[in-house]
Write a protein that binds this ligand. Structure first.
Ligand SMILES: [Zn+2]
Length: 275
């Protein structure tokens, strides 16, 4: 009798699993968000999504003492983000836009200067005019949101970016900024996976502010940037790592060497990411 019950249970489970197999859409399918983040020194990063789309942020290649590659090494990219109009962030944007045909995202006044002074093709600027803080745009399945930053800029206002991939990875590049309370709000709205944060002091957050910013935005991972490039900046991540462990022990700190790539992987369910 026990054997019959066991066999019935086995048959039942086989039938159920066959049924689920026939109708897979009736189940909530977890997905894996993967994204590659390569540090090109200073604030420059190359982000590659799982479907092979590339985003360059503040690509200062020529003259960047910490950049491990040459301009000729970059032959294709889909999107270029500019956080603000300072030489160490605008860098090679126009040259790279010309080589790759990428869409350039920046503030309207910065777009205007690059078009009129550097001959950037207007057609390659997002909406042909640029965009502003708070706005979002989807390019090549990547959603880009421009955020505020507290710094200065030759044209327009300084910014940061929230970058969301199709499969659910969320990256925040803070640009050049001091700490601000609304970082908490950014964390609440976007559920940040990886935060790219300046820690070098003098022009941006110092290691203590950067550590406290983690307490506000609560990312899963933080990658420090904008240090060690110039003699005046903080030269190592040591103090940041110590302070981060003290003030935000749940955040994993990933210190990259220039040129190194961090592969981010996360299991996400369709309902676990908002908005
Ligand atoms: Zn700057």
């Amino acid at each position: 009798m026990v054997k019959v019950v066991v066999n019935l249970a086995l048959m039942y489970s086989i039938v159920v699993s066959l049924f689920i197999g026939l109708f897979p859409t009736s189940r909530v399918q977890p997905d894996e968000a993967t994204v590659s983040i390569q540090w090109l020194g200073h604030s420059a990063f190359k982000i590659t999504t799982s479907d092979g789309k590339t985003v360059l942020i503040d690509p200062w290649i020529t003259g960047n003492p910490k950049c491990p590659i040459n301009l000729s090494d970059i032959t294709e990219t889909d999107i270029i983000l500019v956080t603000h109009d300072h030489f160490d962030h605008v860098g090679d944007v126009v040259e790279l836009a010309n080589i790759t045909g990428a869409t350039v995202v920046c503030q309207p006044e910065t777009a205007q200067r690059l078009i009129s002074e550097k001959n950037l093709s207007k057609a390659q600027v997002i909406y042909e005019t640029g965009m502003n803080t708070g706005g979002s745009v989807e390019i090549e399945n990547v959603t880009i949101t421009m955020t505020q930053a507290f710094h200065s800029s030759e044209t327009g206002n300084p910014t940061g970016y929230i970058i969301r991939t199709k499969d659910g990875a969320t990256i925040y590049h803070a640009g050049d900024t001091g700490i601000f309370q609304s970082m908490k709000l950014l964390g609440e709205i976007y559920d940040i996976d990886v935060a790219l944060l300046p820690i070098g002091s003098v022009f941006t957050m110092d290691p203590i502010q950067a550590a406290h910013s983690l307490r506000l935005m609560k990312p899963k991972i933080a990658i420090p940037m904008h240090y060690g490039t110039f003699p005046v900046l903080v030269q190592t991540t040591d103090e940041f790592v110590t302070e981060a462990h003290r003030h935000a022990p749940d955040v994993k700190i990933v210190t990259l060497n220039t040129g190194e790539t961090y592969e981010y992987k996360e299991i996400v369910t369709p309902t676990s990411k908002a908005p």
